[in-house]
Design a protein around this ligand. Sequence first.
Ligand SMILES: *Cc1c(COP(=O)(O)O)cnc(C)c1O
Length: 475
Amino acid sequence: MDLSPDEFARAAHRLADWIATYLRDVGEYDVLPDVKPGAIRAQLPKAPPAAPESLDDIIADLDRVIVPGATHWNHPGFLAYFANTASVPGILGEMVTAALNLNGMLWRTSPVATELEQVVTDWLRQLFGMGDRWFGMITDTASVSTMYALAAARERDPALGIRQRGMAGRAELPRLRIYCSEHAHSSVDKAAMTLGLGLENVVHVASDSDFRMRPEMLTRAIQADRAQGFRALAVVATAGTTGMTSVDPIGDIAAICQRESLWLHVDGAYGGSAMAVPEMRALFDGIERADSFVVNPHKWLFTPMDCSVLFTRQPKVLRRAFSLVPEYLTTSEGEDALNYMDYGLQLGRRFRALKLWMVIRAFGADGIAERIRHHCQLARTFADWVQAEHNGWTVRAPVPFSTVCFRHVPEGETDEGEIASHNAAIMDRVNKSGDIFISHTKLGDQYVLRVAIGNLRTSQATLERAWALLRAAAC
Ligand SMILES: *Cc1c(COP(=O)(O)O)cnc(C)c1O
C-alpha cells in the first residue's frame, strides 16, 4: 500500500510552506554551495534504509543535506550560463504532473496529455507571432530537439534509405554534411555523433565580426562539399548563440537552403523566447522558411526543468524518421488522434504541457513579453555601466537579448593569456561572494565574462551588486 491521502495532505501542506519560504528567502543563500566533491555523498548513508522512515525525517533532511548542496538557480544573483526560473505556476504544474502521472505515449493513454500539448505548443506559436503551419512537440531538452530535427533532415530524401538500411557498409552512400556557425551549440555536434553522421561532417562556418554566420561562407562550404561528391543535408542557424547570443542571418540562410534543397533548423533554445516580444521579432526574420525550430521554455520562459519545444513545418518527415508501431501499441482512433510517440525516440512521455500551460495562463502573453523586455533592459543597463567605466572595462559583443559579454584589461596588458587569468581571477572572487554567480566564455581567442539575466528575481539592485563586486575584484 502507498501512504494514505491524509499523510499526503499533511506532508504536502508542510512542503508547500517549505517551498514558499524557500522561494521567499532564496536570495539569502549563497548562490553556489560551499562544498567539496564527495562531501554530500559522505553525509548520506551508503545503503538504503531497510525499514520505512517517516516523512518528517525525510523532509528534515531537505534542510540538512539537500539545500546545502544545491546551486540556487532561483537566486536573483544567478547570472551564469543562461539563468532560468522555476516560476510559481510552473512549480504547481509539476506537482500536478507528478500526481496525475500520465503517460502520453498515445492519444488513448491520456487524451488530455496529447491535446494539451497540441494546444499549448500552438499557443506558443501564436505568442511568437509565427504562422499556422507549424507542428509543435515537447521534448526534454534542446539537445534532443535538435537531434530529432537532424534525424528528420536525414529522412527527408527517402532514397537515402537510412531508416531501413543504416549507413554502415554502404559504399554508394555519400558523406552527409551538416552546416552551422563556429558559435553553434555543441548539441549540433553531439547530434551528428549520435545519428552516425560523424563529427567530421559538421562544417563550422566562419562568422562575421558580430559572431553571425557568414552566408557567403556557407555557400562556399556547400559548393566545396558538392565538388567532392558530398551530400549537403541541413543547416543549423542559431538565434541566440550560447556564448555571446549572436543571431545568424536566418533569412539569408533560408534563401540558401531553399536554393540548395537543405533542411533549415533554427536553434533558439535561449533566444527564441524573445519572439514573445513583438518588437524583437525582426531578429528572427526568415523563421517562416525554416523546416524546424527549437526553443526551451525551461531557459527563458519561466518553466521549470525540463521543457523544450520542437516546431516543425514537416511533421510527416519527422514522423517517417521515428514512427514504428508494434502490435501492442496499435489503436483504433486512426488519423483523428495524434500519437506523439510517432514523432520521437521516446515511447513514454511526461505530461510536460501542463506546467507550460499554467505558466502561459498565469502570466499571459503580455506579461511574458513584459518580463522578457525587462530582462533585455537590465542587460542594456549593465552593458552601459561597463562601457561607461573606461578604465579597462569593455563590452565585447553586441547585446541583442539579456546577456552581456565583457572583460577587464589592466592598463598596458596585451597578452591574451594574462588577460584570461586576470578575468578568471575576477570571476572567482565575485563567485566566492555568494551573492553572484557568473560564468565565462571565449570569443575567438578572447576570454570574456558573461552576465546572463533570465531569472524573474533578478533586479537592477542585483546588477548593482554584481557590478560593485566586479569592479572591486579587478583592483
Ligand atoms: C542551452 C542551449 C542548448 C542546449 O540546451 P539543452 O536543453 O540543455 O539541451 C542548445 N542550443 C543553444 C543555443 C543553447 O543555448
